[in-house]
Design a protein around this ligand. Structure first.
Ligand code: ADP
Ligand code: MG
Length: 238
């Protein structure tokens, strides 16, 4: 029997996803028959204009939204047949999300924001504290534990968002226009962090963006047009 190397098994595999908002003549087909796979250590960039369906696709891939039809395998589990509770539980440990508008809790410090996903899965306090230190260090914010989001720059807030996404060591990172609200220098730092993480820790990442500099870092580029996947390019051998 041939044993396949670990990286030949996709971390995330979606088949024939459809997602429609509204009904009848008002229906918007935000995701039409999209299939794709993402492997450990692979940075997949999703490009497409505003309204092309990037957020819809990413939310379906990460289990934040349910497609009308199609399957999403996270490892060997099909997210689309799980109950809401099972899907949430799986998402909490296997998927990390980074949002364009950061999505931090304003009354919590940077450290407390990063701690939230670990609290949700009931990680003991000593382990949480150690992991927060490690994560804030990783994103270059070791000196900013106690600051609240409003006391941090956009780039710093997004780095807190990334640290939070990584808290429970997810296999899959989903980042929806993570640099959309950052200046170009700060955006570069964020892209380097994501790309290093994917390649050193074998995380599978799906990143939507308009940013040519993010596309330069992609191992694979897919393009969406009106909810349809119109291009799928392997860039890993550049
Ligand atoms: P993108 O992230 O590429 O801008 P979206 O996934 O947000 O694209 O949107 C894809 C299409 O679906 C757009 O036409 C958008 O207006 C529509 N859409 C997104 N969310 C909703 C919603 N909750 N209700 C109705 N239409 C929506
Ligand atoms: Mg969007």
């Amino acid at each position: 029997m041939t044993v396949l190397p670990n990286d030949s098994v996709p971390a995330l595999r979606a088949s024939s996803l459809h997602r429609t908002y509204g009904v009848g003549s008002a229906a918007v087909h935000a995701c039409r028959d999209v299939s794709l796979s993402v492997f450990p250590g692979e940075l997949l960039v999703v490009r497409g204009r505003s309204g092309s369906g990037k957020t819809t696709l990413l939310n379906c891939l990460g289990g934040l939204d349910e497609p009308d039809s199609g399957t999403v395998f996270l490892g060997d589990r099909d997210l689309t047949i799980l109950s809401e509770d099972e899907r949430v539980a799986l998402r909490q440990t296997k998927v990390g999300f980074v949002f364009q508008s950061f999505g931090l809790i304003s009354i919590l410090s940077a450290a407390e924001n990063v701690e939230v996903p670990m609290r949700l899965i009931g990680l003991p306090v000593a382990e949480r504290r150690a992991r927060v230190d490690e994560l804030l260090d990783l994103v270059g914010l070791a000196d900013h534990h106690h600051q609240r989001p409003a006391e941090l720059s956009g780039g710093q807030q997004q780095r807190v968002g990334l640290a939070r996404a990584l808290a429970n060591r997810p296999r899959v990172l989903i980042a929806d226009e993570p640099t959309g609200q950052l200046d170009s220098v700060t955006a570069g730092t964020m892209m380097d962090l994501i790309s290093d993480l994917v390649h050193t820790q074998q995380v599978a990442a799906v990143v939507s963006t308009h940013d040519p500099l993010m596309i330069q870092r992609a191992d694979r580029l897919v393009e969406l047009h009106d909810g349809e996947l119109v291009r799928d390019l392997d860039l890993s051998l550049r």
